[in-house]
Design a protein around this ligand. Structure first.
Ligand code: NAG
Ligand code: NAG
Ligand code: NAG
Ligand code: NAG
Ligand code: NAG
Ligand code: NAG
Length: 302
């Protein structure tokens, strides 16, 4: 989305296009790119229980044709329409500490308001969906279609390591790097470029084979870890604090490692980072399914 916005601006557009570009341009690229969210939601969809799938299908607008993954980037497109939602995509942690604390870090950086971060948002939308009384929807206080889309998106975002990054560099958004020959910010490398390069090199530019391979690893080499991914020690339907802690650790161990302003990132960095990206996408998908399976039911139970 950031890339297409920039291209529109460079093309010396007509005023209407300029206006469009203004609405499309995010102030900072935040969160997995379109492919990342698609991958997380596709993985999740195949793991839903019958009951959860029915509720998901009932909540999705008709044009989605039952495909949650087709709308998993929606929250990135409404940051301007819903400015309150833009701080819900990430967490800024203190520089170089490499840890995360909900009470310390989950707040709106601009206003200081507590709970305004991706971990708080996951709790918020989980609660909204948990308290629904089954279909028909739309009679309560909240729009549960939006709750589903926000939750599905934020479960992806919290697994992007640089979503739980340092405060002063805005999660790698102010660190310029050369990704092979292309100048971009470090955050974008982790949102999109690593996935994009893997797609081009290994999957003939198609995301389907990549998703297939991640799914094969979930049922293969990662199979004995998967139950641990979905165990919430605190017993909640979601464990955003666990997810966020893992992300800041991965950010320090992999994303920020050996990178300063102006560093050129090439094959070595790509090959070191790709397994981390694959695993975070897998964990995001598996955990999204697990959360939805825990909270979505048809209203007939008890
Ligand atoms: C919770 O959801 C409501 C409805 O979308 C929204 O107005 C509020 O800002 C959200 N708060 C957080 C912390 O996610
Ligand atoms: C809920 O939000 C969706 C997406 O923005 C919108 O299309 C739908 O009309 C809303 N539903 C209600 C009942 O307001
Ligand atoms: C990196 O350099 C750019 C200008 O080249 C500057 O705007 C940015 O603040 C720098 N980032 C950091 C983290 O120093
Ligand atoms: C790669 O994609 C192109 C264009 O989509 C297609 O024509 C070609 O057959 C594909 N190659 C392989 C090996 O799948
Ligand atoms: C799957 O696991 C194999 C073996 O560890 C690894 O080489 C491959 O890159 C992984 N692929 C994905 C998409 O996770
Ligand atoms: C980081 O730098 C150290 C020391 O130069 C090097 O041994 C290591 O391989 C580098 N790590 C990555 C991921 O590039």
């Amino acid at each position: 989305m950031a890339a297409s916005g920039v291209r529109v601006v460079q093309a010396a557009p007509a005023p209407s296009l300029l206006l469009l570009a203004f609405f499309l341009l995010p102030s900072f690229a935040r969160g997995w790119g379109t492919d990342g969210h698609l991958i997380v939601c596709k993985i999740a969809q195949t793991r839903l229980t019958e009951a959860a799938r029915e509720v998901v299908e009932a909540l999705l607008p008709e044009y989605a044709a039952g495909d949650l993954s087709s709308l998993c980037s929606w929250p990135d497109h409404v940051k301007f329409r819903y400015p309150w939602s833009s701080p819900l995509h990430y967490i800024d942690t203190p520089d170089h500490l490499c840890n995360y604390d909900y009470n310390r870090d989950c707040r709106d950086v601009r206003t200081g308001e507590k709970g305004v971060c991706v971990a708080g948002a996951i709790r918020n939308y989980t609660d909204q969906l948990l308290h629904h009384k089954g279909p028909p929807f739309g009679q309560g206080q909240y729009n549960l279609t939006q709750a589903l889309l926000f939750l599905s998106h934020f479960m992806g975002d919290i697994h992007q390591p640089l979503h739980v990054g340092f405060t002063s560099d805005k999660g790698g958004n102010t660190i310029d790097v050369d990704w092979f020959e292309k100048r971009q910010v470090l955050h974008q490398v982790w949102d999109s470029s690593i996935i994009e390069s893997a797609k081009q090199r290994f999957y003939n530019d198609s995301v389907d084979g990549l998703i297939q391979d991640v799914n094969n690893n979930i049922t293969g080499i990662w199979a004995d870890q998967v139950p641990r991914w979905t165990t919430c020690g605190v017993g909640g339907p979601a464990c955003p604090d666990v997810d966020a802690t893992e992300s800041i650790n991965e950010a320090c161990n992999w994303a920020y490692r050996n990178v300063t302003n102006g560093t050129t990132l090439g094959d070595e960095y790509f090959h070191a980072s790709l397994p981390v990206v694959y695993q975070r996408l897998a964990q995001g998908g598996v955990r999204l399914a697990s959360v939805l399976n825990r909270i979505l039911w048809d209203g007939d139970e008890d």
